[in-house]
Design a protein around this ligand. Structure first.
Ligand SMILES: [Zn+2]
Ligand SMILES: [Zn+2]
Length: 144
């Protein structure tokens, strides 16, 4: 995981501290403003003071959602490509017609794929289109 340079932190009473208020000899307990994990103060000649996550004491689940994280991507993925990828991942998709979709019938709690019209109750008014949940997990894969 890679992180942007962190210049501000929360101290043990939740007050925002900037590295310019500190010296290389400052000691304290500091927390990330995004993920609340403990931070370590570093000091280099070139870039001055900055904070980095103290990985030994970090709760990894929260760190993965830290807003300071740089998510590497080989190239930007457009919404169109995401939709195409989602379709390709479904192996038994017949290539006919754009009207076939994943549906969920709220009356029968039944999931099905195809034309709108629940095979259980033979109604279509209770069916809603399934959201493409798998798109939301794409950044997780890139984060590895
Ligand atoms: Zn963080
Ligand atoms: Zn139904």
């Amino acid at each position: 995981m890679q992180f942007r340079i962190i210049r501000t932190t929360l101290n043990h009473v939740g007050k925002v501290i900037h590295t310019r208020d500190l010296t290389p000899r400052s000691r304290g307990i500091w927390y990330c403003r995004s993920c609340n994990n403990p931070l370590r103060l570093r000091w280099t000649h070139d870039s001055g003071g900055y904070f980095e996550h103290n990985l030994e004491e970090t709760e990894e689940l929260r760190l993965r959602h830290c807003e300071y994280q740089v998510i590497p991507q080989e190239k930007p993925v457009s919404a169109f490509e995401q939709a195409v990828n989602a379709l390709m991942e479904r192996d038994d998709t017949p290539s006919t017609g754009p009207s076939k979709k994943d549906y969920f019938c709220v009356l029968c709690q039944h999931e099905y794929y195809g034309l709108r019209g629940c095979p259980e109750c033979r109604q279509h008014i209770y069916s809603t289109e399934m959201k493409l949940f798998d798109i939301l997990t794409v950044p997780e894969k890139f984060a590895k």
